[in-house]
Design a protein around this ligand. Structure first.
Ligand SMILES: NC(=O)c1ccc[n+]([C@@H]2O[C@H](COP(=O)([O-])OP(=O)(O)OC[C@H]3O[C@@H](n4cnc5c(N)ncnc54)[C@H](OP(=O)(O)O)[C@@H]3O)[C@@H](O)[C@H]2O)c1
Length: 301
């Protein structure tokens, strides 16, 4: 099997590269080798590599900057997946793509299910939705895993932002009206690998429903998540400047992009179609905090 993995330098791509290498011959070009915003370069790369499986873990993920760099967001999140999907469709090559809770409006407080009509609130969500729709219409054998609030011990994410703020500030102000499931990238990678290894991906994808949510179980506000990070690291012996994590509303913490208040994702399809029951977000957080605490306590070289 010849596998093309995009975004191998990102949070999710990093953890997918190793197990994908065990599955077949892996090509994982970084942005310097393959700029996904360059459609011609992407088509040439597909022709040169001739993958028999495509895993697209790349994305333009800066939610606030996407409001002004909208063209770039669409090139990476919509045009590139469309090119991959069209190429895959003509050859019957399976495409595993990753998408986001930000395609939903965030209205109400029930978990979104995969059949719900998306209604993104910001340019990032709209660009990701355009990618999802292009893939669904391409005729390629595809699976779209929609996840939420992705984080890891390193990289640019909510956990590392809180960690950085906790080192330098006494008071952290974190929104408590956005609710979702904080999800380590290793969890999504494990779900993706279990599905890819379940049999011929073309057959597995055909019975998947097309879009499947893959996130940790349970729910938390951003504020609860921040508290769990700071308290959990303190319990592990880390010393911080932060004394208080204060809840604020989204209105009190304005950002360039509007965020959905309800990012809950129903995990029923993941359970019904694949028998996968992800752990609760607090349990999933523990090994990541262990890794962060180990790195924090390591003496500087
Ligand atoms: N982060 C979240 O909270 C979140 C939540 C829900 C869903 N998701 C989805 O999960 C997937 C993985 O996200 P992530 O958090 O792992 O993202 P990430 O850490 O930001 O990584 C994205 C990867 O895409 C690459 N990339 C961006 N623009 C590119 C371009 N023009 N050409 C080539 N590569 C490019 C980046 O390369 P560089 O390293 O060079 O920038 C990076 O390797 C994405 O589909 C994302 O939409 C993320």
């Amino acid at each position: 099997m010849k596998i093309l993995l995009t975004g191998a330098g990102g949070q999710l791509g990093r953890v997918l590269a190793q197990p994908l290498k065990q599955m077949g011959e892996l090509t994982a070009p970084g942005r310097d080798a393959l700029d996904l915003a360059d459609g011609k370069a992407l088509k040439d790369a597909l022709e040169a590599i001739q993958p028999t499986l495509i895993v697209n873990a790349a994305a333009y993920t800066d939610v606030d900057r996407a409001e002004t760099e909208t063209r770039q967001a669409y090139l990476v999140n919509a045009a590139a997946p469309e090119i991959m999907a069209r190429w895959a469709a003509t050859r019957g090559v399976p495409l595993l793509h990753v998408s986001t809770d930000y395609v939903y409006s965030g209205a109400g407080d029930a978990p979104h299910d995969e059949g719900e009509a998306p209604a993104p609130l910001n340019a990032y969500g709209a660009s990701k939705l355009a990618g999802d729709e292009a893939i669904a219409q391409s005729g390629a054998p595809y699976l779209i895993l929609r996840t939420s609030w992705l984080y890891d011990a390193t990289g640019r994410n909510f956990l590392t932002s809180i960690l950085h703020a906790a080192r330098t500030r006494e008071e952290l102000r974190v929104v408590d009206d956005q609710v979702g499931a904080p999800t380590p990238s290793a969890l999504v990678a494990a779900v993706a690998m279990e599905i890819l290894q379940a049999g011929d991906p073309r057959e597995t994808f055909a019975t998947s429903g097309g879009v499947v949510h893959a996130a940790a179980a349970g729910e938390a506000s951003r504020h609860e998540f921040a508290r769990a990070i700071v308290d959990g690291l303190r319990k592990r012996g880390c010393d911080f400047a932060a004394q208080r994590v204060v809840p604020v509303s989204s209105a009190e913490a304005p950002a360039a992009a509007k965020r959905p208040l309800n990012s809950r994702l129903s995990l029923a399809r993941l359970s019904e179609r694949f028998g996968i029951e992800p752990p609760d977000w607090r349990a999933a957080l523990k090994p990541v905090l262990d890794a962060v605490a180990r790195a924090e306590k390591k003496p500087a070289p």
